[in-house]
Design a protein around this ligand. Structure first.
Ligand code: HAM
Length: 413
């Protein structure tokens, strides 16, 4: 026997019974984000590799280990997008959006790809919904962005939601802090994990992320970035927090918050769910004021987030939904009349289906119950149909061309 081919590790099929929940989630995201003035953008699934190596950062796990990179027939290096922010910034610069009224507020929903260790809540192809606001460094942009994600997750019914916020300051302050942190790590080098030790030069901040016991102990009295913030960064952050308070967003300031991407400056935040295991981040984001310039565009501040669709669903974030009811199920000996009836019913705005299973009369009634169909029309050969009202059980013989006109458009539906 030939081997059965399966989906690649870390990927999954969205089957029809899950598709409805996803569609409802997307509809709700659209409602919340568009009400706040965000407009939809979609960028390509693959981009020049350089966009991510320059934008996301050479030292990140994403760029070092997790990208699906390939060269195309023309010898270009392309990468399946591991995240959406760099591409939105590329599109902003490429289409001259800095000439529009600022900030430009954009949202997206699509597939992303990371070669990660697959486990519950972590996939190699996953979906994100994201929102980016470019062109303003007003703290109100930060607060509104965080509020939108918190609102969306709350509305969707995601359980155990916790918001953590921090500020990284700007690059200059971070350089001073980085040196202080590196000095601390070097002073305790022998107690650190091998991985953290190897990264003292490249990415010392990641030490806060380690679950290695020795490293965790060393990090307990590590210097904290908030003590190194410059006055205007500290004021910016204080204003973000004041606005979150005014909007009644519950949050925790977490000075050890580390994001896995390099482009952040000033505000960063993450939303976790206590309902999820190791992969507890539902979403995260922050300010990336240097990113547009980093990839060759005009200096432009930006702020945004992305959230994982699979994780929102795992945390119970499924809006109530029901399969749309069927108004009419047309069955009986197949033929042009049967088709015509379904087409007429659809033209009249009804939801009609043709029974394509060649079912017996009894089988059709069962199917009608399964679909919650309101009416069943069983076609006779002579241009008539037995029309059954599935609610009342009443049945009448009706001329086929009168069904839509006289019966279904009446008060019953
Ligand atoms: P991120 O934290 O890398 O940020 O990803 C955001 C969310 O995507 C995560 O919190 C998680 O829910 C989901 N996610 C990430 N990787 C996976 C995976 N392998 N499987 C399932 N879900 C996953 C970003 O991507 C930034 N672009 C967010 C941002 C937007 N920052 C500013 N603007």
């Amino acid at each position: 026997m030939t081997d059965r081919i399966q989906a690649p590790r870390g990927t999954y099929d969205v089957l029809p019974d899950q598709a409805a929940a996803r569609a409802a989630l997307e509809a709700h995201a659209r409602e919340v984000l568009e009400a706040a003035g965000y407009e939809r953008i979609e960028t390509p699934v693959f981009e020049h590799t350089e966009l991510f190596s320059r934008g996301v950062g050479e030292s990140t796990d994403v760029v070092q280990k997790e990208m699906y990179t390939f060269s195309d027939g023309g010898g270009r290096s392309l990468t399946l997008r591991p995240e959406g922010t760099a591409a939105v910034c590329r599109a902003y610069a490429e289409h001259g959006m800095h000439k529009l009224a600022q900030p430009v507020k954009l949202w997206y929903l699509g597939q992303f790809f990371r070669y990660e260790r697959a486990q519950a809540g972590r996939y190699r192809q996953f979906w994100q919904v994201g929102a980016e606001a470019l062109g303003s460094d007003d703290p109100a942009v930060d607060a509104e962005s965080i509020l939108l994600l918190a609102t969306l997750l709350g509305d969707l019914g995601a359980r155990g939601v916790q918001v953590r916020v921090s500020s990284l300051g700007r690059v200059e302050a971070r350089a001073v802090y980085r040196e202080a942190l590196q000095a601390h790590l070097r002073a305790h080098e022998e107690r650190l994990s091998e991985e953290v030790r190897a990264r003292i030069d490249l990415n010392p901040l990641r030490a806060f992320d380690s679950d290695h016991p020795g490293t965790r102990e060393v990090m307990r009295d590590a210097p904290l970035l908030r003590d190194f913030l410059e006055a205007d960064d500290a004021a910016h952050f204080a204003e973000v927090l004041a606005l979150l308070d005014a909007a009644d967003v519950a949050y925790e300031v977490d000075p050890t918050l580390v994001r896995g991407l390099d482009y952040y400056a000033r505000t960063v935040f993450e939303v976790h769910s206590t309902e999820l295991g190791a992969q507890s981040a539902l979403g995260g984001g922050g300010r990336y004021d240097g990113l547009v310039a980093q990839i060759g565009g005009p200096p432009t501040p930006g702020m945004g987030w992305a959230a994982g669709i699979e994780r929102i669903l795992l945390a119970g974030g499924t809006p109530p939904h029901a399969a749309p009811p069927v108004d009419l199920l047309v069955a009986g000996p197949a033929g042009p009349l049967q088709f015509k009836l379904a087409v007429d019913a659809r033209h009249a705005g009804l939801r009609a289906q043709v029974d394509l299973g060649g079912r017996s009369r009894k089988g059709v009634l069962k199917q009608a119950n399964r679909l919650h169909a309101r009416y069943v029309a069983w076609m006779d050969d002579d241009g008539h149909a037995q029309l059954k009202d599935m609610d009342s059980g009443e049945q009448q013989e009706v001329a086929v061309d009168a069904i839509v006109r006289d019966v279904l458009r009446g008060p019953g539906l």
